[in-house]
Write a protein that binds this ligand. Structure first.
Ligand SMILES: Nc1ncnc2c1ncn2[C@@H]1O[C@H](COP(=O)(O)OP(=O)(O)OP(=O)(O)O)[C@@H](O)[C@H]1O
Length: 225
């Protein structure tokens, strides 16, 4: 991002001159107080929002210039994980993951083996045919991670992925994300989880009032909440 500003229609300046570069293979935590601009930062990365000013380059593509109909093409290389999982409630775990492959028109014969492979990676082979309502929060988030990685994205963006989980499930999700990162996928994760950030010791970017106030390798959470 080069001098990126995000000003919402109501005049709120959520991001004010962000300059940052995240390289392939990195694991980055985005921290900061509530309302600091973390979600806005994350949304610019998967083109949910456009910058008001400045340049956001994702895999070398200027997201502002991407026409709406081409957004799915850009997102193909990005997996997104949310706090509230966002699974489709009437589809099984298998179908939720398969749907992400169908959306990019993968040939049918490739879908089943790949979906089974990623569900095994997240440890859900035996729960594959369960509906989201039949799964625990931790299991639902693992389905969401399987869906995020199924198309081999170059990076994963996660907005508070452990926000609705108890500590044990949160750690399971973090170990999974760490493993995915070690396989070469870049991970950018906004979080309020102090214990996780302070234990995992990755790059930490702190945002306050729309500005990057800290960017450290092996950094700490740095706030009390
Ligand atoms: N769609 C929107 N329209 C108007 N203002 C918005 C919009 N989205 C966010 N904001 C405002 O922009 C600022 C930054 O919000 P953002 O959600 O990016 O913060 P955050 O750091 O993710 O907060 P939290 O930790 O509470 O999720 C806040 O003042 C928020 O009210």
């Amino acid at each position: 991002m080069h001098d990126v500003w995000k000003v919402y229609p109501n005049g709120v300046e959520a991001l004010r001159g962000i300059d940052v570069r995240i390289d392939y293979g990195e694991f980055v935590y985005i921290v900061g107080p509530s309302g600091a601009g973390k979600s806005s930062f994350i949304k610019l990365m998967y083109r949910e929002e456009k910058p008001t000013h400045g340049v956001v380059l994702i895999n070398g593509v200027n997201v502002k210039r991407v026409r709406d109909w081409k957004i799915p093409h850009v997102r193909r290389k990005i997996g997104v994980v949310f706090q509230d999982f966002k699974l489709l409630p009437h589809m099984t775990a298998f179908e939720n993951v398969a749907f992400a492959m169908e959306a990019i028109e993968m040939p049918r014969r490739k879908i089943k083996p790949r979906v089974e492979e990623v569900l095994e990676l997240v440890g859900l082979s035996d729960r594959m045919h369960a509906l989201p309502s039949q799964l625990s929060g931790g299991e639902q988030q693992r389905v969401a991670i399987a869906r995020a990685i199924v198309n081999n994205p170059s990076f994963i963006i996660a907005d508070e992925p452990t926000g609705n989980l108890d500590p044990e499930n949160s750690w399971d999700i973090m170990y999974l994300l760490e493993e995915i990162n070690q396989r070469g996928t870049t991970i950018v994760m906004a979080t309020h989880n102090k214990e996780i950030v302070n234990t995992m010791r990755q790059r930490v970017i702190a945002i306050e009032q729309g500005v990057i106030v800290r960017d450290e390798l092996g950094g700490e959470y740095g706030y009390e909440d």
